[in-house]
Design a protein around this ligand. Structure first.
Ligand SMILES: O=C(O)CCC(=O)C(=O)O
Length: 274
């Protein structure tokens, strides 16, 4: 059982598009996630995003996606224990499905920024209750590349085109407006320096970005994307696919689609919803 003021976090999330929850992820969960991530690194299973930006620097930005499909530890972390409870509490949903997990390691000294983008262009779902949980596995001051958010951007009616993440180039074949690139010192941009045990949760439509890692230590993070009960399938041309998606019609509620897609439903209940 985790005690944290999820009510306040939820209010912040719905008013600004993102929130921080401090001290809510226990050491055991962090250690298990850290071991699982280190295993991926040792196995050479992560992609090198730095190559997309033609970066020759020795510090790299490495990432991977959908580890839960091949490693039960990632599935357990994403669907049981404190992580899904925090997201369900903030989204105010009594059912929650895992859409995708990602591992993001920005090595110390990597100058690669994560460019401003919103997640919903990459997701084949739509709805109000869509969020990404970002959990650092190492201390993550803003200088290490903890996320920055554009306040209120989750309320936009714009649909942003997914990009290559570390460059402003759009993924070929995708649709939408190009996301604006915003200075980190702009008045509407906010972010949180994070300790191990803290996490941020942002709405799928919130514009967000991160700096290079100027902190002197590697920044490992787990990013987990979830759908609440009001989500429906909406295919986005050109966005990275998911197995089984072709057999599902747009508008199918997530509770129905999840069975065909194999998206696991989280076990909720460790934290009281606000
Ligand atoms: O870790 C990063 O630099 C970016 C992560 C991100 O944009 C996300 O998880 O949605």
């Amino acid at each position: 059982m985790v005690s944290t003021d999820l009510g306040q976090a939820s209010d912040l999330f719905w008013s600004t598009g993102a929130c921080v929850v401090r001290g809510a992820v226990d050491r055991g969960t962090i250690d298990r996630a850290g071991d699982a991530v280190d295993h991926l690194v040792r196995a050479g299973s992560l992609a090198d995003l730095s190559t997309l930006a033609d970066s020759a620097e020795s510090a790299r930005f490495r990432a991977g996606v959908d580890h839960w499909r091949s490693d039960d530890e990632f599935k357990t972390l994403a669907t049981t224990g404190p992580l899904p409870d925090l997201v369900a509490g903030v989204l105010r949903t009594d059912r929650l499905w895992l859409y995708e997990d990602s591992v993001l390691i920005k090595e110390a000294g990597s100058s690669l920024e994560t460019k401003w983008h919103s997640d919903d262009g990459y997701f084949h779902v739509e709805g109000r209750q869509l969020a990404t949980l970002w959990v650092p596995l190492d201390p993550a001051p803003l200088a290490s590349g903890a996320l920055r958010f554009l306040s209120g951007s989750h309320r936009t009616t714009n649909r942003y085109r997914p990009t290559l993440f570390v460059t402003e180039d759009a993924i070929p074949g995708t649709e939408g407006e190009m996301p604006p690139q915003i200075g980190f010192d702009s008045a509407d941009v906010f972010g949180f320096g994070l300790e191990v045990g803290d996490c941020t949760i942002h709405h799928a439509r919130t514009l967000h970005a991160s700096s290079g890692n100027n902190s002197g230590s590697n920044r490992r993070a787990l990013s987990i994307r979830y759908c609440g009960v009001d989500s429906v399938i909406r295919q986005k041309p050109g966005a990275p696919g998911k197995p089984g998606l072709d057999s599902i019609s747009d508008g199918t509620p997530i509770a129905e689609a999840a069975e065909t897609l194999g998206f696991p439903e989280a076990s909720l209940g460790g934290i009281q919803n606000p």
